[in-house]
Design a protein around this ligand. Structure first.
Ligand SMILES: *Cc1c(COP(=O)(O)O)cnc(C)c1O
Length: 380
């Protein structure tokens, strides 16, 4: 029997409409958009332009503010390293311990650089930062604050609108890793006034290995240096032949995400709440690790306190912490920041729903979890 997939925060399948849009760009329309002297190149360039516009429209940006990358990991690394190089030092950067590993690792690297200082904003038990706490960390040398919009493990939302306001008042760039926000909640760069924003194709029913970085071009114009040097692609800011099929897929995926977000979010939140309610009733003492309301509609992260969760649950594809940390048995940094012990972390599951999740999937999942998770005192 095929396992029920409830790990959409780790990755999503490519939407058939996205795949159909991509396919011609592997074969007949294989041109390099940088080949400006013939029709193969023009066709490819046109497709890239269309995708850039689709992505820009979906988040309220201008097309020239969208830069293609290999994914959110690259976008996040680019922000940290690209801002470091453009500014006078000493420099100060702010983030929090519940960020994705691509931000955490980049900030840990920053900590090792001379003339750079890093502050880690505290988080509450849901993993959210508070504007008041962040305000206390600001210094005259602060260059950037980076806070994810939606947490990939808990689904908790950060107060991005208030944080951007604080950043503006202090003339600091605000970057948000919106990889888990796009398609799940409304994401708009003008309403929110973020300066930099990362997104990824494979979390929104697009292909793996492609993403984008939004870089604000006005009010203020963000000064950032390139991460990759080479040909003059992406107006000199990101070298490398463009991944045309991937970019076309990302454009299509963003368009679809914007079109179905509201309806899908309501549908998935309904199913997620059904799952949560049933688990709360079935497992007394169950702890929910995301914010009760300020949470992504598709995510449920729960600790089965007083129970033993088996190491493998073959019938359901789920995650303990984030996929990137699942090889190690240590509590994920996010769960550690929430104050979970290693034992609690081992008995913690992240269930993340998606467009193909049905009510039958949820009912079956409840049944399976009831069957496989045993109360501690009933163990032999
Ligand atoms: C998946 C994810 C990333 C990494 O994206 P890739 O495109 O796989 O590099 C970054 N941030 C968050 C919040 C994610 O969920």
């Amino acid at each position: 029997m095929k396992a029920i997939y409830l790990d959409y925060n780790a990755t999503t399948p490519v939407d058939p409409q996205v795949l159909a849009a991509m396919l011609p760009f592997f074969t007949e329309q294989f041109g390099n958009p940088a080949s400006s002297g013939h029709s193969f190149g023009w066709q490819a360039e046109q497709a890239v332009q269309k995708a850039r516009a689709q992505i820009a429209t979906s988040i309220g940006a201008l097309p020239h503010e969208i830069f293609f990358t290999s994914g959110a990991t690259e976008s996040n690394n680019w922000v940290v390293r690209g801002l470091l190089e453009t500014a006078r030092q000493p420099l100060h950067f702010i983030t929090s311990p519940t960020e994705h590993s691509s931000i955490l690792s980049a900030f840990k690297w920053l900590e090792g650089q001379s003339n750079v200082e890093v502050s880690w904003a505290p988080v509450n038990k849901y993993g959210q930062v508070s504007v008041d706490d962040v305000a206390k960390l600001i210094r005259p040398t602060t260059r950037l604050m980076s806070f994810m919009w939606v947490n990939n493990e808990t689904g908790s939302l950060n107060p991005i609108l208030q944080l951007t306001k604080l950043a503006k008042e202090n003339k600091i760039y605000l970057h948000s890793d919106a990889t888990q926000a796009v398609g799940k909640i409304p994401v708009h760069v003008e309403n929110s006034l973020v300066d930099l924003l990362s997104l990824s194709g494979h979390k929104i029913y697009g292909p793996k290995g492609v993403g984008a970085l939004f870089i604000r071009s006005r009010n203020p114009k963000v000064q950032i240096s390139p991460l990759l040097l080479g040909g003059g692609q992406e107006r000199g800011l990101r070298a490398g032949t463009l991944n045309v099929p991937g970019i076309v897929g990302l454009g299509e995926a963003c368009s679809i995400a914007a079109a179905v977000q509201q309806q899908e979010s309501m549908r998935q939140a309904g199913l997620r709440d059904l799952l949560q309610q049933n688990l709360v009733e079935s497992f007394p003492g169950l702890q929910i690790n995301g914010h009760p309301d300020e949470r992504s509609p598709n995510t449920l992260n729960v600790t089965f306190k007083g129970y033993v969760v088996p190491a493998q649950i073959a019938a359901i594809a789920i995650s303990r912490g984030s996929a990137c940390n699942s090889e190690s048995m240590r509590a994920s940094p996010v769960l550690q920041a929430l104050g979970l012990s290693e034992t609690d972390a081992q008995n913690t599951l992240r269930l993340s729903l998606g467009r193909s999740t049905s009510k039958e999937d949820i009912l079956a999942t409840i049944g399976i979890l009831r069957q496989v998770i045993q109360a501690k005192n009933s163990q032999a």
